[in-house]
Design a protein around this ligand. Structure first.
Ligand code: ATP
Ligand code: MG
Length: 258
């Protein structure tokens, strides 16, 4: 692997780029996955490449909902498997969530490779692989309409990092509580999820693991309160205000310099 100095100011993003490029070479990822990453990365730059307070709020609410869920499922695509497989394995272990592969550009070859990476990370039972359990989400025409009858089909809470808007909307129509991780606060996914975490998936997973460990020490009542008092629309508003303030501050500094 190309050697990335930890002192480089953008080391995290370079590491993700490197892992995604390798995944492309190994056939886990399609080129469109790189474009999706680039769009997310551009937003991350605007946020200052850190987890902003509104993202922390959303992560706390998401952690509470995962603890309260009867059947949580984490949906994984090529990008997520490339940069966060180990974290997904830990998250699945501490919440009891199933892990299901869902691909927009679906092929048996990619499914086989991605499930290999997930198994190597420690996830024993990867769903979305066996065609015998395939079901279709109504009203959706892309390849992503396929879901596992033992996983997303039965789930009450679904975590969807880097998801497509059509599918997010369909999952909501099916009555699922949808937790999105998407750096674009304006995407249809962020706009239609139940909880929208606007942050990089690489940072979200460890924060989520920490939150779940912390919340597990609270009473059921306290966890319920955290889950029910979260307002996604207001929180997305805070994300946009943060962005507006940051850009305004940066432009003021420039004007002062000139
Ligand atoms: P939508 O279908 O929801 O309207 P879109 O069509 O603009 O969104 P997609 O290609 O469907 O985008 O989904 C990819 C999304 O993943 C993008 O919105 C991008 O911001 C986000 N994304 C990419 N990389 C990351 C990452 N590392 N962490 C979090 N989000 C990411
Ligand atoms: Mg889309």
């Amino acid at each position: 692997m190309y050697n990335i100095s930890r002192l480089h100011p953008r080391a995290e993003s370079l590491r993700s780029r490197e892992m995604l490029s390798q995944s492309l070479e190994r056939g886990l990822l399609v080129p469109q996955g790189l474009i999706a990453y680039g769009r997310g990365e551009a937003f991350d730059y605007l946020f200052g490449e850190r987890t902003i307070p509104a993202a922390r709020n959303a992560i706390r609410a998401a952690a509470a909902q995962m603890i309260l869920a009867d059947r949580p499922v984490i949906s994984v695509n090529g990008n997520v498997a490339s940069v966060a497989a180990k974290g997904v394995a830990t998250l699945s272990k501490i919440t009891g969530a199933d892990v299901e592969i869902n691909l927009f550009y679906r092929s048996q070859e990619r499914i086989r490779k991605i499930s290999g990476v997930l198994r190597d990370a420690g996830i024993r039972n990867v769903l979305g692989v066996d065609p015998a359990y395939q079901k279709r989400i109504p009203e959706l025409c892309s390849e992503r309409r396929r879901v596992d009858s033992r996983g997303i089909m039965k789930a009450d809470v679904v975590v969807i990092p880097l998801e497509d808007g059509d599918r997010t909307e369909s999952l909501r129509k099916m009555g699922k509580l949808v937790i999105a991780v998407d750096l674009n606060p304006l995407s249809r996914t962020s706009q239609s999820a139940s909880i929208s975490i606007v942050d990089d998936i690489v940072r979200v997973i460890p924060h989520m693991i920490d939150q779940i460990r912390y919340l597990n020490r609270l009473t059921d009542e306290e966890i319920h309160h955290i889950a029910s008092s979260f307002d996604n629309s207001a929180n997305l508003g805070s994300v946009l205000s943060y962005l507006a303030h940051r850009i305004s501050r940066l432009s003021t500094k420039r004007q002062e310099k000139s």
